[in-house]
Write a protein that binds this ligand. Structure first.
Ligand code: ZN
Length: 401
C-alpha cells in the first residue's frame, strides 16, 4: 500500500499513507493530511501552523472481499497571516458524511445490479445509508426539471395506498417521463406546479387528462391558451366502469343458470374484442346471446373505440353525436350516463384530433409505478419515492429496492 495507491484506488487526495492493519473482516488504512491543499478560507494564504488535531474514521470501498476503513489524522490549522483558525475541508468528501466519495460511487455502481438490501449487505452497512446515498444522487440529478421544451403535458393520478391516499403526476408525454409528483388530487394541490409551465413552457400546446373537474378548471385558470384533451384511455375506463355496473345489475336480477354464465366474465366484457383468444370469443358470444342489455352495452363500447380512428375532427363530431344519441335511446341507464358525460366534455374529447395525444402511452410508466409501490420504502420517505418516480423513465422493469 502506498500514497499513490490510495489516491488511485480510493481517490484520496491530499493524504499521505502511513500504515495498514487488518482487523477482523476489515482493513484499516491509517493516513494523515498533507500540507498540499492548505489554503486559508479567509485570506487564501497557503501557510498555516497546527493548532490541535483529531482522528476521523471513514468508510471506503471494499478491498478484495474485505471492507476498508480510513483512519485519518487531521490537524486544525491556524493561518500565519490572519490568525484565523479552521478545520480543513477534505477534498474526497461530501459534507459531513462518514464515508468517502469513492464509497458512494461504489454503492451507486452496485445499485445498478442489486437492491438496496443486497448492496447494504454486501458493503456491511445499514439499509438507510445506502438509501441516503441513492437519494442524494437523485437530488443532484433532479434538482431542476427542464420544461422549456415541454409540448404535451399529461396529468394522471394513482393511489399510493389501496383506496386511500392519491398522488398526482405530471408527465412529459413526448418523452414519457414524470416531471413532477404531488400528494393529493385537489385543485389547490396541483395549482403550485401549474405556475411553472405557465411561466416557462412557452411551447406547451395541450394537456391530456381525465374528465375530473379539479384538473381541468386549474389548467384553464393557469394555462388559458393551452388545449385540454380528455384522454382516450380514461374515457374508455369510464365506459368500462359503466359496463361493470350493468354487469352487476344484471347479475342481481338473473336466474341461477344465467348467473352462472355471467360469472367470471368481467374481463371478457372489458377487453378489446380483437385481443381475445378464439375460446374466449366463443364464450363471450354465448354470454351476449342470452343477455340483451349486455350485448348492446358491449357493442356500444366496441363502437366507441372507433371514435379515435375517425381521422378528422368534423367526422369525429358527427360520430360522437350519433353514438351519444344511440346510447341515450338504448334505455340502458349506465350507458345513458356515459353519453351525458361525453356530451358535457365533447370539446375536450374532440381536441384529440389536432394534437393526437393520449396518456395511454404512459401505461408502461404506470406499471413501473406499481412495481415501485410494492416496495415498502416508498412510504417511509415520500421525497425519495418521488425522486424514484422522476427516474422511472431511465429504468427497465427490474427496479431496485
Ligand atoms: Zn488567513
Amino acid at each position: 500500500m502506498s500514497t499513490s495507491l490510495i489516491y488511485h484506488a480510493f481517490g484520496l487526495k491530499g493524504v499521505e499513507y502511513q500504515s495498514t492493519q487488518p482487523l477482523g473482516n476489515a482493513i484499516i488504512i491509517s493516513a494523515k493530511m498533507t500540507e498540499k491543499f492548505i489554503k486559508c478560507p479567509h485570506c487564501c494564504c497557503r501557510y498555516a501552523s497546527f493548532k490541535g488535531q483529531k482522528t476521523r474514521w471513514f468508510r471506503m470501498g471494499p478491498l478484495g472481499r474485505k471492507q476498508s476503513l480510513l483512519k485519518l489524522h487531521i490537524h486544525r490549522l491556524k493561518c500565519i497571516a490572519c490568525d484565523k483558525i479552521w478545520w480543513p475541508q477534505l477534498p474526497f468528501m461530501d459534507g459531513k458524511h462518514r464515508y468517502t466519495r469513492s464509497f458512494a460511487s461504489t454503492a451507486l455502481d452496485l445499485l445498478r445490479f442489486g437492491t438496496i438490501k443486497d448492496v447494504s449487505n454486501y458493503l456491511h452497512v445499514g439499509w438507510d445509508l445506502i438509501k441516503d446515498i441513492h437519494k442524494s444522487m437523485f437530488q443532484r440529478l433532479y434538482r431542476k426539471m427542464p420544461i422549456n421544451e415541454l409540448k404535451y403535458l399529461g396529468i394522471d393520478e394513482f393511489s399510493i395506498r389501496k383506496g386511500h391516499k392519491y398522488m398526482t403526476i405530471f408527465i412529459d408525454l413526448q418523452k414519457g417521463r414524470i416531471i413532477h409528483a404531488v400528494e393529493g388530487t385537489s385543485e389547490n394541490v396541483i395549482q403550485p406546479f401549474l405556475k411553472f409551465p405557465a411561466r416557462k413552457a412557452k411551447k406547451l400546446k395541450a394537456v391530456a387528462m381525465d374528465m375530473s373537474r379539479s384538473y381541468s378548471s386549474a389548467v384553464t385558470e393557469y394555462l388559458p391558451s393551452t388545449d385540454i384533451v380528455f384522454d382516450r384511455y380514461h374515457i374508455m375506463a369510464h365506459m368500462n366502469l359503466a359496463i361493470d355496473t350493468l354487469r352487476r345489475q344484471q347479475q342481481a336480477i338473473l336466474t341461477d343458470n344465467d348467473q352462472k354464465a355471467l360469472k367470471g366474465c368481467r374481463f371478457l366484457l372489458l377487453r378489446n374484442y380483437e385481443s381475445l383468444g378464439q375460446d374466449f370469443k366463443v364464450k363471450l358470444n354465448t354470454l351476449l346471446d342470452i343477455n340483451e342489455p349486455l350485448f348492446v352495452m358491449h357493442s356500444m363500447k366496441e363502437q366507441l373505440r372507433l371514435l379515435w380512428s375517425q381521422g378528422k375532427h368534423q367526422r369525429a363530431l358527427a360520430f360522437l353525436n350519433q353514438w351519444c344519441f344511440d346510447a341515450m335511446m338504448s334505455g340502458i341507464k349506465p350507458l345513458g350516463k356515459v353519453a351525458l358525460t361525453l356530451l358535457k366534455h365533447k370539446k375536450g374529447i374532440l381536441n384529440y384530433f389536432p394534437h393526437r395525444i393520449t396518456s395511454g402511452s404512459v401505461e408502461g410508466t404506470i406499471n413501473k409505478i406499481k412495481t415501485l409501490k410494492r416496495q415498502a420504502y416508498g412510504f417511509r420517505d415520500m421525497e425519495y419515492f418521488k425522486l424514484r418516480l422522476y427516474h422511472l423513465h431511465c429504468q427497465g422493469y427490474s427496479l431496485t429496492g
